[in-house]
Ligand binder design. Structure first.
Ligand code: HEM
Length: 173
């Protein structure tokens, strides 16, 4: 049993660090850098997504973190005991887990479809070989603004989750 918990904690914490770290790095550094590239931006995004498979990295690390986290939650709460869930650590880990699940939902249902659509518009532009049509430009602008709003929530919730995970064990009330 101790070995299983060690393995789950290893997977959970390493995958969680990758997930939250990559989300923060994208929000604070990759996206603003890409924005400043002008017309080369589309190529940067296609390389990041297509060649270097950033979405695959995010999907894998988030799923590993969540699955191992749910198993740890089951063991820590002795099979969902109400006494543990309403204790200080229980409340902290529960809120942290809900924040991470909400972040995952925002990524999956909010960011992913918009990123795919942006990729499709970028590919159509590359095929046509010219500057974006007014419709494409307007669509890209709208998608970008929506994605940025979702990313802000996503990163905020992941940082909140990480902070709660970090302190919950020591909450006593
Ligand atoms: C659905 C999502 C999540 C669930 C269900 C979950 C659940 C848990 C549970 C139950 C523990 C306690 C493990 C134990 O007692 O051995 C834990 C620890 C931890 N989790 Fe999560 N977690 C989730 C997401 C995250 C995320 C997104 C991060 C990082 C960004 C993270 C980072 C950590 C860390 C660093 C610890 C160690 C805390 C300590 O040892 O005091 N977790 N998690």
């Amino acid at each position: 049993m101790a070995f299983l918990i060690i393995l789950l904690r290893l997977i959970h914490i390493v995958a969680g660090a990758f997930w939250a770290g990559a989300a923060v790095a994208y929000f604070l550094y990759f996206e603003p850098t890409a924005k400043g590239l002008g017309p080369a931006r589309s190529k940067f995004m296609q390389d990041l997504v297509g060649t270097h498979r950033y979405p695959v990295f995010m999907n894998t690390s988030s799923m590993l973190c969540i699955l191992a986290g749910l198993a740890l939650y089951w063991f820590s709460s002795n099979g969902l005991s109400v006494a543990w869930i309403t204790s200080g650590p229980g409340l902290g880990f529960t809120l942290g887990s809900l924040a991470a699940l909400a972040a995952f939902g925002i990524g999956f249902f909010g960011i992913r479809p918009r990123a795919e659509r942006m990729g499709a518009v970028g590919a159509a532009m590359a095929k046509a070989g010219g500057p974006p049509t007014p419709e494409q430009g307007a669509e890209l602008g709208r998608l970008e603004a929506e994605m940025h709003a979702f990313e802000r929530w996503d990163v905020g919730l992941l940082v909140l989750s990480l902070a709660l995970m970090a302190i919950s064990r020591y909450l006593s009330f």
